[in-house]
Design a protein. Structure first.
Ligand code: ZN
Length: 302
């Protein structure tokens, strides 16, 4: 599978213009990569999963689609440790491709942890518009809901590591967290950082480009030398990749602000292709330059 296809596929399945039920894949495979003594990366059909695996059991960051559950479990069983009991599952945010798999993990005893806004959005359900596509997220069943919620940050002291989740408001949504494995030097950024191109910003759910930029800058400042930075989708990154992504976010935001100072309307900005400099590298079939201009304009207005 080409790199591009691999980046785009999870998103395609997340956001295809079909019912949420249909959007959940029937067949998928999960790859398993060791990043440090205790932290692994699982790449399935939905968002990337980070796993701390060791004597205390397993902590997962994100739960992929429910349909990927048996493949995720099979991948975890490959870890050369005595216990693969799943104790905790974080949701980096409320979108299906990061949290649809909650229920099967909860059923085997895992506690699902998320920011309080994730639980409220799961209770209500949502219709998420990604570029031209609309995906319905039905209200979650009680079993699938996060049962441990927090407002600012929470730490698990687990497998000889501190696994710290911090909330960053108004980023990809209003409920995103960044999870750091302090000893292992691994950071999972959820969809605040993605590698398929222009990112999706869920503005109706409280997302803003300013929050994305400031969060990425904060992570870049505190991520230790040589840290593995896990994006919501795509390959594991290092500091220089995150820096490049920040430059794109800042550059595109500045281009929109300049156009606004010249009193250009949204349509005029799109017609003038003010993001043409970034289009070749970042435009994708879900978020093209026109849609990204829309996200920036809507964010800045907020
Ligand atoms: Zn997302």
């Amino acid at each position: 599978m080409s790199k591009l296809l691999k980046f785009v596929m999870p998103f395609a399945l997340c956001c295809a213009p079909v019912s949420a039920q249909d959007a959940r894949p029937e067949n998928t495979s999960v790859t398993f990569t060791k990043l440090s003594k205790s932290v692994y990366l699982l790449e399935g059909t939905g968002g990337n999963i980070a796993a701390s695996i060791g004597p205390d059991g397993v902590v997962l960051v994100d739960s992929d689609y429910a349909a990927a559950n048996s493949q995720v479990m099979a991948a975890l069983a490959k870890a050369d440790v005595a216990s693969t009991t799943i104790r905790y599952v974080f949701n980096t945010h409320y979108h299906l491709d990061h949290s649809d798999g909650n229920a099967p993990f909860a059923r085997i005893g895992a506690t699902v942890i998320a920011h309080e806004n994730v639980r409220s959005r799961h209770i209500k359900g949502a219709a998420v518009k990604v570029g031209p596509f609309l995906q319905a997220i039905p209200p979650y069943s009680p079993t699938a809901l996060p049962t441990l919620t927090f407002n600012k940050s929470i730490s698990l002291h687990f497998n000889a590591d501190e696994i710290r989740a911090e909330h960053y408001s108004a980023t990809h949504t209003d409920g995103d967290i960044v999870v750091s494995f302090r000893e292992a030097k691994v950071v999972h950024m959820g969809d605040i950082f993605v590698r398929y191109g222009f990112p999706f910003i869920d503005v109706p759910a409280g997302g803003t480009i300013d929050g994305m930029i400031s969060t990425c800058e904060q992570v870049l400042a505190y991520a230790p030398e040589g840290a593995f930075i896990i994006p919501g989708h795509g390959e594991v990154a290092e500091a220089k990749d995150l820096k490049e992504y920040i430059d794109m976010l800042k550059g595109t935001r500045a281009a929109v602000l300049r156009a606004q100072q010249q009193h250009m309307s949204l349509e005029q900005m799109q017609r003038a292709r003010i993001l043409s400099r970034w289009e070749k590298r970042y435009s994708n079939q879900y978020i093209n330059a026109d849609t990204f201009i829309e996200y920036i304009v809507a964010s800045v207005a907020r």
